[in-house]
Design a protein around this ligand. Structure first.
Ligand SMILES: [Zn+2]
Length: 271
């Protein structure tokens, strides 16, 4: 009985619940991850909420939060012209890489042949008793290592990258419908989605999502998101600015001159 009254260790593990996928991923403006719980309505039906452990902070309906998030996802979608451009740029850079790899393979093959000849001549000298065993062993191990390295490099450089491209190509079109991407994801994928897109920095304050960090590729409509009261992207300087697929630099906007964000612990470098 005494044991029962003893304080249990505080639970830090996030329990995954499909009704509230953002639990523990979405943060309160104070920095605490929001927890989530059902609450029984008058009809007996359960309604889910995300809330902060500080009583006057967030306590938001999961349905509202989810709809708002889906609308934001819709605005993350890329126009199909943009996706076509990404495809072209990716394809041509992949072609260039494959061409350069082909040349490197030829070079490495020549080197391999040379080292194999050297190894052969060391073996000959050893057989003819022109060198002693220590010398033979030393050179054998040097040449043998070189041969292994070269063979490994040739194998790596000969990998068929067109397979990687065809996987990428199959999935590029998904970028035109990010709402769909999020909707068909399971709970763990949704959590991963939020962490990737917002670099684990998604907050909620005064009925709006906020973030200092957002994947450049998906943030092109961030002003629209703000206008619609969905998400405010208060950009942290230099982070995730580069568009990983197109190779274009991000466009600097006025909000990068704000020296501090109001997110806990997230400072913009003073100019
Ligand atoms: Zn809070």
């Amino acid at each position: 009985m005494v044991q029962e009254k003893m304080k249990r260790p505080e639970k830090t593990r996030t329990v995954i619940d499909d009704e509230i996928p953002l639990r523990g991923v979405l943060k309160c403006h104070c920095g605490n991850p929001l927890s989530g719980a059902p609450s029984r309505g008058k009809s007996g039906k359960y309604f889910y909420y995300y809330k902060c452990r500080h009583s006057k902070h967030n306590n938001i309906s999961a349905i509202k939060a989810h709809n708002q998030f889906l609308e934001a996802c819709e605005l993350m979608s890329l126009p199909s012209t943009r996706v076509r451009k990404i495809r072209t740029v990716t394809k041509s850079s992949l072609d260039l890489e494959m061409e350069s790899n082909r040349k490197k393979v030829i070079e490495k093959r020549t080197q391999l042949q040379e080292v194999e000849e050297k190894l052969f001549s060391v073996e000959e000298k050893w057989i003819k008793n022109e060198i002693n065993k220590d010398t033979y062993d030393r050179w054998y191990s040097i040449y043998n290592n070189e041969i292994l390295n070269l063979k490994g490099a040739i194998e790596r450089l000969s990998n068929d990258q067109s397979k990687a491209f065809s996987i990428l190509e199959d999935n590029l079109n998904l970028l035109t419908d990010m709402r769909h991407v999020y909707m068909v994801s399971d709970t763990l994928q949704k959590r991963e989605f939020v962490n990737r897109v917002f670099d684990s920095n998604l907050y909620y304050e005064n009925g709006i999502y906020r973030t200092p960090t957002m994947l450049g590729l998906l943030s092109h409509n961030h002003l629209k998101m703000k206008e619609k009261g969905l998400l405010i992207y208060e950009k942290k300087e230099d982070l995730l600015d580069e568009d990983p697929l197109s190779g274009e630099g991000g466009i600097r906007t006025l909000d990068t001159v704000i020296p501090y964000t109001h997110f806990p612990g997230v400072l913009i470098r003073p100019l």
